[in-house]
Write a protein that binds this ligand. Structure first.
Ligand code: ADP
Ligand code: ADP
Length: 225
């Protein structure tokens, strides 16, 4: 079933000004539960813009974003923010973990902010860390972890509140090939085990080919590729 649906998404920056740029020109996308889709695009093609619109961090100029079948553009800002916090997780090229907290605390904190009791939050953090193979690193601060471990913890944090959609922007772009491979494997495990829907922007064609589908963003539109 469709978790995220984009239809006719258009985005223009600097409208009516000299730097006007029509970044998205009618993007359609359906992302189903339990599937990982690769988003491939040359730099500047509008990949970050698309991920931000899909993740409710930015609004399109026209078109519709639906999450769980509900049209987001009709919601008041506060409600849309609540949907983003509950249903969308983000992972970036650099982990952005809080340096003064342990791996486990980095996964507990977003749950506390979401009203989960500390004990339950810790249990979930440990389960997530075990799923991606870094249970033994729960008590370490990010600086004491390897790059691959840091990025696996970042995935756990993104999934702390059990979102339905994971949006990842070059999540392995900062890792060596072997580590990248392991981190990607952990991501695919999470997708398969939890029914998560993942949209993963990457330049790595080998990883893209291991996902369920590859979509190419070119000229402001998505096409199979
Ligand atoms: P990508 O992530 O594929 O590199 P972006 O979505 O970041 O692409 O940007 C697409 C285009 O839109 C680029 O030409 C970029 O300079 C431009 N752009 C992105 N954000 C803004 C903004 N806030 N204001 C104006 N132009 C922007
Ligand atoms: P807010 O307090 O505005 O709801 P949160 O701190 O709850 O923001 O962020 C929710 C998610 O959205 C986090 O995963 C965060 O990384 C991401 N996020 C928030 N603002 C931005 C932004 N401007 N650009 C990219 N990601 C963002």
């Amino acid at each position: 079933d469709a978790v995220l649906e984009l239809s006719g998404i258009e985005k223009v920056y600097n409208r009516g000004e000299p730097g006007e740029i029509n970044v998205l020109r009618g993007v359609d996308l359906t992302l189903n539960a339990g599937e990982a889709v690769a988003l491939v695009a040359p730099s500047g093609a509008g990949k970050s813009t698309l991920l931000h619109i899909a993740g409710l961090l930015d609004l399109p100029d026209s078109g519709a974003v639906k999450i769980g079948g509900e049209a987001m553009q009709d919601l008041p800002d506060r409600r849309r923010t609540a949907v983003r916090r509950a249903d969308v997780g983000f992972v970036y090229q650099f982990h952005h973990l809080l340096p003064e907290f342990s791996a486990e605390e980095n996964i507990v904190l977003p749950q506390l902010a979401n009203g989960v009791a500390r004990g339950a939050a810790k249990d979930r953090a440990r389960d997530l860390l075990a799923t991606v193979g870094v249970a033994d690193r729960a008590g370490h601060r990010p600086a004491a972890l390897s790059g691959g471990e840091q990025q696996r913890v970042a995935f756990c944090r993104a999934l702390a509140n059990a979102p339905r959609v994971l949006l990842a922007d070059e999540p392995t772009g900062n890792l060596d090939p072997e580590t990248s491979d392991r981190v990607f494997g952990a991501l695919m495990d999470l997708v398969r085990k939890t029914g998560l829907a993942a949209l993963v922007a990457t330049h790595n064609m080998e990883l893209a080919a291991r996902m369920d589908r590859v979509l190419r963003l070119d000229g402001g539109r998505l096409r199979a590729g």
